[in-house]
Design a binder for this molecule. Structure first.
Ligand code: GLC
Ligand code: GLC
Length: 649
């Protein structure tokens, strides 16, 4: 069969034999119009990956039917949102946008309870709530919900799909976007597809990577990275029931999907559209770097992974154009950038900024941060970063070794230092963290811990050290302040906003104790939110600190929202002429300029006035203190951990 036929002919043929009678007239028109616009791209991507298979055209036709059904199930309110977002496609670059990620059970504890938390979200200024995976999952260990057994069913302990839809529309009414996970690299071994595979059904065995013996797994394993060496060595798990080796990049109960099978692409598209139609504004593409396997490579960030994500994106453009993709690529900085494109992922986590903020806090030096951001911060104007400080996962030191080398930093030794520093094995460290995924073969390790504990609050409270408490709070403000101001959507990790300390209780839970990331998955209780909202008063130093953190963050968020410069503006990373300081300039088309300067040390630092010249004015105002700063006086002094948000007058 020849696929040389151009996409137009192909689409005409597909449409000629696709029944659109179930669609309303209006939907049918929309559907054909959008297909005309986006099918050529979809055709290119799909045939690039599957064109060599004899049944490619058959699956493409099936895919169009799946898209049709997706549009048919889309609710009128969401269709209105589609049109609204098509008119304002860069909504995510707005200064209004502030995100928060939270676990339903740790914040709710059910979906219905979350309605009561809307005032809390609003008091902080949150406009985007990412609910951590809430789908049906195996009992006990489910990798915090990232082992999905049914994408169309909410975990019964949290509620139902109806509850989720209700919450989505309640949030939308309050101007809050819902963000959901699209966990598409793997399913749990209890998903219906996996169960069918276990029952011996060949069709479903082809949904996964199953091998009769170690021959092929061994070949792959030469070049694979181990993700969770603390739970299992290697990337494959032997399944006794079918006597086969299963590809399991993460936990043994998370089976990698086989995207070389077009049926898998289609089936997952259908699940994706279901999630889009619940009312999510963005889908977080979980572990997207791993979806394509290529022998002889590390099977991360492969070209076809990109092509597949672009193909998924085309499907969304046709059915649910209001929905954008957020890339979760926690990989080498050059690879992170490759997912960011209006036709691939419009949003991306910024793991490099995250890791290097922690690096600068430990070293009190900003050279690596400055040099790396100069190289990697700039992305397409159609896209935006999601800047974060902490999340539910570990901190991996994913900076570019080459950049470190240029600065005379030995990357391996430096990572070792950072791990020691943040796990309390380095004398004089302020941090209370926990090592994660230590790999006995190569000494690799990552770090877990809450914002507050890693910033020194845990230790300072324990030793009743008021200066230590003060410094810890300032460190938290510094890190978050940069995410609020540097450009992109800042994403708060729920429990950070009230400065919660590490929760060590997971060590007594058999389903959690092998996974230290639980130390930073912390409940936000009613007492926490009442305190934050000012309904109760702090009764001890922990609560006093908690309130300081909340109020400090809230104030910075409010300032961000009042100033357009934090929205669609360019960012230029500057050399701050002081090793302890980090600086950048924001500029928008209305000619507004903002200079941000941050001091990462616990000592006063001086900044030469020449840096202020980048603002090209006689004076500026620090938005954080409302003080006027003259541009021509003696050197500028920054207090320990101080940041300045200088808006040119
Ligand atoms: C993502 C999640 C992480 C999970 C992994 C496998 O990286 O953030 O928590 O373990 O994917 O789904
Ligand atoms: C690895 C993966 C990342 C995942 C993390 C979970 O770093 O690259 O996707 O979030 O492991 O710990």
């Amino acid at each position: 069969m020849s696929y040389a036929a151009d996409s137009g002919v192909c689409l005409d043929r597909i449409l000629a034999s696709t029944d659109l009678s179930a669609l309303s007239k209006k939907d049918a028109t929309t559907f054909t119009r959008r297909l005309k616009e986006h099918f050529p791209r979809l055709f290119d991507k799909y045939t690039y990956v599957y064109g060599h298979q004899y049944d490619c055209y058959f699956h493409l036709q099936k895919l169009v039917e799946i898209l049709r059904d997706g549009l048919k199930s889309r609710k009128p309110a969401l269709k209105r949102l589609d049109n609204e977002r098509l008119r304002n496609p860069l909504w995510y670059r707005d200064e209004e946008q502030v995100g928060m990620a939270c676990y339903v059970d740790l914040m709710g504890p059910t979906l219905n309870d979350l309605h009561d938390k809307i005032p809390y979200f609003k008091s902080l200024g949150v406009t985007y709530v990412h609910l951590m995976p809430l789908y049906d999952a195996p009992k006990g260990d489910s990798d915090g919900g990232y082992a999905v057994s049914d994408y169309r069913k909410v975990n019964p302990t949290l509620g139902t799909v109806k509850d989720l839809e209700k919450l989505a529309s309640a949030l939308q009414k309050e101007g809050i976007n819902l963000v959901l996970d699209f966990v598409f690299n793997h399913t749990s071994d209890e998903h219906a597809w996996a169960k069918a595979a276990l029952a011996g059904e060949k069709q479903f065995q082809d949904y996964y990577y199953l091998f009769d013996d170690r021959t092929i797994p061994d070949q792959y394993e030469h070049t694979l990275r181990e993700i969770f060496p603390q739970v299992r060595r290697g990337s494959f798990t032997f399944n006794e029931q079918i006597e086969k080796w299963v590809w399991t990049t993460f936990n043994s109960f998370q089976w990698d999907l086989n995207y070389s099978n077009p049926e898998v692409f289609n089936a997952i598209t259908s699940e994706m559209l279901f999630l889009a139609n619940i009312g999510s504004a963005a889908l977080r593409l979980d572990a997207l770097a791993f979806i394509w396997k290529e022998l002889g490579t590390n099977c991360e960030n492969q070209e076809k992974a990109h092509v597949l994500i672009q193909a998924f994106n085309c499907c969304l453009q046709i059915v649910a154009p209001a929905v954008v993709f957020k890339s979760e690529a926690i990989v080498h900085p050059d690879e992170v950038l490759k997912y960011i494109d209006k036709d691939e992922c419009q949003l991306s986590y910024n793991p490099l900024l995250m890791a290097l903020l922690w690096n600068s806090l430990a070293t009190r030096k900003t050279r690596l941060l400055t040099r790396s951001m100069k190289k990697s911060f700039s992305i397409s104007e159609n896209c935006t970063w999601v800047n974060y400080v902490r999340c539910h996962d570990d901190i991996g030191w994913t900076f570019d070794d080459a950049v470190a080398n240029e600065l005379g930093i030995n990357a391996f030794d430096h990572r070792h230092f950072l791990n020691q520093f943040y796990t309390g094995r380095f004398e004089g460290s302020f941090a209370n963290g926990v090592p994660f995924a230590e790999n006995p073969s190569n000494g690799d390790c990552r770090v877990c811990g809450s914002l507050a504990s890693l910033c020194g609050l845990e230790g300072a409270l324990k030793s009743n050290d008021s200066k230590g408490i003060d410094d810890a709070v300032k460190r938290m403000m510094l890190l978050y302040g940069i995410t609020f101001s540097i450009g992109g959507i800042p994403l708060l990790y729920s429990s950070d906003e009230v400065g919660k300390l590490n929760d060590y209780s997971y060590r007594f839970d058999d389903t959690k104790k092998h996974d230290d990331r639980w130390v930073n998955r912390i409940a936000v209780t009613r007492a926490d939110t009442e305190l934050a909202l000012g309904n109760t008063s702090p009764a001890n130093p922990t609560e006093t600190a908690s309130l300081r953190v909340f109020n400090g963050l809230r104030k910075m968020i409010a300032i961000r929202k009042q100033n357009a410069i934090f929205g669609q503006s360019s960012t230029q990373i500057l050399d701050a002429d002081n090793h302890h300081c980090f600086a950048f300039l924001r500029e928008n088309t209305q000619g507004h300029k903002l200079l941000v300067i941050c001091n990462f040390s616990e000592h006063v630092q001086t900044i030469q006035r020449s840096l202020l010249a980048t603002l090209k004015g006689a004076s500026s105002r620090d938005l954080l203190t409302d003080e006027t700063v003259e541009m021509n006086a003696s050197p500028l002094l920054l207090e320990p951990f101080q940041q300045m948000w200088l808006l040119a007058d």
